[in-house]
Design a protein around this ligand. Sequence first.
Ligand SMILES: Cc1cc2nc3c(=O)[nH]c(=O)nc-3n(C[C@H](O)[C@H](O)[C@H](O)COP(=O)(O)OP(=O)(O)OC[C@H]3O[C@@H](n4cnc5c(N)ncnc54)[C@H](O)[C@@H]3O)c2cc1C
Length: 391
Amino acid sequence: MDAIVDAAAGQFELNQDQRAIQEMAQSFAADKVAPHALDWDRDAHFPTDVVRETGPLGFGGIYVGDDVGGSALGRLDAVLIFEALAHACPGFSSFISIHNMAAWMIDMFGNDEQRQKFLPRLCSMELLASYCLTEPGSGSDAAALKTRAARAGGNGSDYVLNGTKQFISGAGGNDLYVVMARTGEDGPKGVSTFVVEKGTPGLSFGNDERKMGWHMQETRQVVFEDCKVPAENLLSGEGAGFKIAMAGLDGGRLNIAACSLGGAQSALDKALAYAGERKAFGKTIDQFQALQFKLADMETDLNAARLLLYAAASRLDRKTHDASKWSAMAKRFVTDAGFEIANEALQIHGGYGYLHEYGVEKLVRDLRVHQILEGTNEIMRVIIARHLVGR
Ligand SMILES: Cc1cc2nc3c(=O)[nH]c(=O)nc-3n(C[C@H](O)[C@H](O)[C@H](O)COP(=O)(O)OP(=O)(O)OC[C@H]3O[C@@H](n4cnc5c(N)ncnc54)[C@H](O)[C@@H]3O)c2cc1C
């Protein structure tokens, strides 16, 4: 029923503006990202210059207000951009997606001063931002976070932060950290959100984690040791932080799903091309029906994933009451399907799929983490079930 309403609203037919946005992102991805993605992966190189080039295209603040340099686009527009960028490199796309999530949180929950101070340079990509929720002792159970922010200074003009954030994408290189820290009681109501600038005394970073995929971007701990942050960097009021963090994730989940979708489309494209060339038993392997059925299932799953994701994005654009459930459903379904499609594409490549130069094993490695971050796919089921049967 819901999907019918979406279809009637024309959300599955992209309009002219959406097609133009999609084409711009596709062309940037094909020219500036795709030719280098395998080298960045092999060398664990973060391409700061290419990331910054997305600023003038409007990708630094896709759904940030235009009064502060944002593009003021919708969630479906953003999904189209991340899908297109991920076709070239899911790691690149996901980095820009997390930056956008952090920028939107400042746009949505910051006051005028905070918006004017940070957003123009975030939108232009002069500043890059990280999202800091997870801690060594709390991931899925994010409301159990322990990083403390205590009032200090004359008239409480500062907060002093102590604690450690774990698995932070872009940490070390990025300029701004949107940090969830405890200012009050245990549980979600005691959490507040701060913007912490790189260079603040008491802010430091752990080692760059060696990981399975996303090699082109850094993942580090963010450590606060008596880190003094001006009270004017508190977003919204004390105690609003958990709501802010979860609101950011609704959009973040759609974006990370879009990164899976783009990566999976790339894997399917590679599998089709390879199957049309590779010969076995006197014919190209795409002539075997077993393999044709596999390709047919991949195409079907990919498009089912795309429709669900676009429908969920359209719901968040329209702020429907069930938008969080749809974001969770899309995140769960699309990232699972995306990983399976990439893995099947590797299988279709036989032994060559296991080699770096064919680019398929990178897609499998890159897409695997999408089932874990921005809320694991088990937590997505928890959210969906909560909407169905209550707590
Ligand atoms: C490469 C990478 C980049 C990341 N980037 C960021 C970032 O930029 N910012 C940030 O804040 N975080 C980031 N994360 C952290 C990520 O969001 C967490 O890893 C994720 O939320 C899971 O938390 P956890 O690792 O502590 O696992 P845990 O919460 O310990 O979960 C372990 C297992 O238990 C399951 N589980 C837990 N609770 C339940 C339940 N109630 N019901 C069923 N199953 C359950 C989980 O699904 C999982 O399978 C990143 C992680 C990685 C790997």
